[in-house]
Design a binder for this molecule. Sequence first.
Ligand code: FAD
Length: 313
Amino acid sequence: MATLIIADCENNQLAPTTGSVISAAQEIGGDIDLFVSGHDTNDIVSNAQSIAGVRKVWVAEGEEYAHPLAESLTPLVVNLAPQYTHILASASTFGKNLLPRIAAVLDMAVVSDVCKIIAPHVYERYCYAGNILATVKNHSAIQVLTIRTTAFSHAEKKAPSSASTESISSDSINEQSRFMGIETHQSDRPDLTIANTVIAGGRGLGSKENFSIIETLAHKLNAAIGASRAAVDAGYAPNDWQVGQTGKVVAPKLYIAIGISGAIQHTAGMKDSQVIVAINKDADAPIFQAADYGLVADLFKVLPQFIELLAAR
Ligand SMILES: Cc1cc2nc3c(=O)[nH]c(=O)nc-3n(C[C@H](O)[C@H](O)[C@H](O)COP(=O)(O)OP(=O)(O)OC[C@H]3O[C@@H](n4cnc5c(N)ncnc54)[C@H](O)[C@@H]3O)c2cc1C
């Protein structure tokens, strides 16, 4: 058995979630190789080589890979695929974009959002917005899986490196799509997917200006900021803060949901958090069913008091 992991390479760095995908691969067993791509990949490659359990690092280097496009990466991975029994990526926007395309070209089934490895071809995954935990047996010759990274621990780093590297390229030219630009929200807050504490705001905040109270609280608690889809759609918060079924899946030690009703599409992305606190003025809001601690209150009254108390400490 051998697993190929397509690493999520952001800003010329390995995404921190790669360690969790490697842990999942270790539970499957067999050899583990990593596929990395980008422009000026030296840092990515040495980082990848230093992760325990990695046998080999395949490197797609070039300007055309500076911004990963599924159309450019798919032929490279498809060429490598016959050497592997499993192809894995994180269930991030990157993995969710790339793996279905690879699976389709290979004519294999894709199992998405795997949260437990039971056997090399049997997995647990959530479906129906997290309401059902399904056990899935996949009969495909090559198992193509996206991994819910919050469900797996991070593989340890080691030194010095021992994984070999090999460059790869493809003759096929991607004429279907090209990178035009990217709009990201620059923030000095911790990464939402790996933060210990997440403060999330919903439509209850009422406006983009009011959302700044979430930012102030997050700053005080050194927390990442999340948002419900309704808050994102209303323009209160940027898209990459969205938590939930169609946003990011998080499992911090502490998740504070403020002015969020707790629709299943939202709780699908945060219900594995260790401690959930909810603040909502409606005592019947479904978020209280997911919460360990609930405060029925007007957020505009209690948050300033909370922030004042934190400042006093
Ligand atoms: C296919 C699909 C995918 C989806 N994906 C996602 C997803 O990934 N993430 C996601 O979040 N949603 C998702 N949704 C949307 C989801 O169904 C809900 O509409 C959304 O989560 C609601 O956001 P909200 O709780 O912020 O807003 P609302 O439902 O409007 O709730 C606002 C809450 O704020 C409270 N409130 C108002 N004022 C105050 C105040 N002053 N003080 C305290 N509390 C107050 C209210 O009591 C209410 O409970 C998806 C929906 C679909 C159909």
